[in-house]
Design a protein around this ligand. Sequence first.
Ligand code: GTP
Ligand code: MG
Length: 444
Amino acid sequence: MFEELTNRFESIFKKLRGRGKLNEDNIAEAVRDVKRALLEADVNYRVVKKFSATVQEKALGSDILKSITPGQQFVKVVYDELSKLMGGAARQIKLHTNKLNVIVVAGLQGSGKTTACSKLSLYFRKSGHRPMLVACDTYRAAAIDQLETLGKSLGVPVYSDRNSKPVAIAKDAIAKAKADDISLLIIDTAGRLHIDNDMMAELKQICELAAPEEIFFVADAMTGQDAVTVAEQFHKEINFTGVILTKLDGDARGGASLSILDVAGVPVQFVGVGEKPDALELFHPERMASRILGMGDIVSLVERAQETVDFEDSKKLERKIRKNIFTLQDFLDQLRQIKKMGSLSDLLSMIPGVGKHMQDAEVDNNALGKIEAIICSMTKVERDKPLIIDGSRKRRIATGSGTTVQDVNKLLKQFDTMKTMMKRMNKIAGKRGQAAALRNLSPF
Ligand SMILES: Nc1nc2c(ncn2[C@@H]2O[C@H](COP(=O)(O)OP(=O)(O)OP(=O)(O)O)[C@@H](O)[C@H]2O)c(=O)[nH]1
Ligand SMILES: [Mg+2]
């Protein structure tokens, strides 16, 4: 997501830093470059025009020219404007805790509504809600089956009625939810190829009846500016509360996420970054701006780690590292936790300054799989005491994991280096305390 734009920004800023002193001319040139980069990322033309005028005005109006770090000051102006453009701080969704909440999901055909419904059910279940999905798309033959299958795989109840009409289904679902102590109804609606009057009328009826806390408009990021135009039209009709921008994991240039708020007047609330039910992220404009500008997104990285890493496990691990009894099995467990957090390149892009370098080095997401295979081919004793792994054991492990003896050697060497580092860290920690040791090793 946004790799191209991030690359462009990095080179614009680099050029600017190389200037030493800034003047009106080279600020104007940098603003022109920013404008071009945004247009190429498929950001709406009107939005780009307004954005670059503001950046230019702020850059010239501020003390940038006199500043000792003009390049950085310019980045700050772009960052501030970019996060403002996408909505500033993330909008928190407030749902009731003592009564039934309803979310209606709407959008064009194939935009990802049904998938988004299942993702939302999982998202809100994590925060303690008891969700139920409602199949109000009675037009496409397989739509109800699709939602039922998704619900079954997640263990989320699905309300459907193959002999009824959408508005009546929504009404019955509300009654059922109240009886079943459900706290959140997520209504999946039918998609059409274009906005048409019948669809809007039905959607409006569902919304009037259900009085939803949130109406999410699902837009496919791959359709670029079309998504923005449709969002604008939809909003005039149904006044939705937020946008779910899907398929940002694909080839989409991402411009839609920068334009929707300005054009349609409603912020992006969530982004879909994959087909799986957990591939939904709350949209944080500030963090996204930081990522786009190549400044990383440490906050999201830490949050993701907190979500996936078990606190007790990490305590146990810390004890093992301190006692220097960290084994290959522990290493494997760690790898599996990292894998749960997402793809390696995605994680690296969140670390400030790493994204670009890693892109050049081509991160191999399969590398983790290879290491996993090698360790899985070892016996328990070998995992605990890698020193016993001699030539013939190495050959057996390589064959078992479909790798080579060199691969096994490389892993053993890496593990050895890691243990040495840990030992060194323990020593420093012994002398100066753990916090000081960590600071010492931190690249920041
Ligand atoms: N890569 C990727 N694919 C997605 C994402 N969201 C949805 N999809 C895929 O897009 C396709 C359409 O998704 P659906 O959820 O069925 O879309 P819909 O809007 O309900 O479609 P209709 O009910 O036919 O209008 C499916 O193949 C999904 O797996 C996403 O964030 N990333
Ligand atoms: Mg659907």
